[in-house]
Design a protein around this ligand. Structure first.
Ligand SMILES: Nc1ncnc2c1ncn2[C@@H]1O[C@H](COP(=O)(O)OP(=O)(O)O)[C@@H](O)[C@H]1O
Ligand SMILES: [Mg+2]
Length: 252
């Protein structure tokens, strides 16, 4: 059974073709990495899957249901969580307050104060439990802008899990992290995605080869190949199209 599928997804921005006939197939329960050089269209693909943009053509199917064109909050509440490549954390709010906003979205509370008061205890408990799971309890009431870079990225990851998603999409969750922070974040994501389906946009080959069950390579808006890590690593087309764009130390 596929958790998430796209059918002939194409997208352009004012004539700039960014995605072309993308047929992504993410199996239920797998960790599926999407790799590809800068500008390949990875983040755009996430933006389309999560409803930020409506695709120029094609369909997105989540557990058999067509979700093309639904609003982001509806897609989120159906069970697709998402983190952002560029932090979506509010610096002027505490770690707890940031995460609580994401938990409130799960409960369908946007601007409804009465509904919030009604569910306040539940929301607080869920927020604290998630802070604990990601190891940020000690920083609960710190302003997000005062968190270390690594910790603010962990908060970003936590927000993707606030809806208790079945499918979680993480956009370069380790971007900018140190080696040690990356290693810890890989273990965190491994735990948090246990029993879930994960789609990971990645640049960092350590992350890809530590976590991915399968990999899709996106190149100039097209999927070149989907396969397990060994297949992808040995694919001649990937080598010629993509290897040249990678730094040697990334070692695909
Ligand atoms: N909102 C937008 N408007 C116009 N062009 C965009 C927009 N978002 C992305 N692009 C362009 O689409 C291409 C793919 O970008 P992106 O999806 O961010 O790639 P990746 O995440 O793989 O680095 C790039 O050429 C980028 O400049
Ligand atoms: Mg990107």
């Amino acid at each position: 059974m596929m958790a998430l599928e796209t059918y002939n997804l194409s997208h352009d921005f004012g004539g700039l073709r960014v995605l072309l006939d993308v047929n992504l197939k993410v199996r239920e329960g797998e960790r599926h990495a999407i790799i590809g050089s800068n500008g390949a269209g990875k983040t755009t693909l996430f933006n389309i899957i999560t409803g930020v943009y409506r695709p120029s053509q094609g369909r997105i199917v989540y557990k058999g249901r067509n979700i093309t064109g639904l609003k982001p909050y509806r897609i989120n509440r159906l069970g697709i969580g998402r983190s952002f490549q560029i932090s979506s954390v509010f610096g002027s709010m505490s770690a707890f307050q940031n995460l609580r906003l994401a938990v409130m979205a799960k409960h369908g509370i946007r601007f409804n104060l009465l509904k919030y008061i009604d569910k306040m205890h539940e929301i607080t408990a869920e927020t604290d439990s998630l802070l604990d799971r990601v190891g940020l309890s000690d920083h609960r009431d710190e302003l997000a802008s005062n968190l270390s870079y690594g910790k603010s990225r962990v908060l970003e990851i936590a927000m993707a899990f606030a809806v208790n998603p079945d499918v979680v999409c993480l956009d370069e969750f380790a971007a900018g992290m140190s080696r040690e922070e990356t290693a810890a974040a890989i273990e965190l994501v491994r735990q948090l995605t246990e029993g879930k389906t994960a789609v990971l946009i990645e640049h960092d080959m350590d992350v890809v080869f530590s976590l991915a069950d399968r990999i899709s390579v996106l190149h100039h808006g097209k999927i070149l190949i989907t396969g397990d890590p060994v297949e992808v690593r040995n694919d001649p087309e990937v080598k010629s199209a993509y290897l040249g764009d990678l730094h040697p130390e990334e070692g695909l």
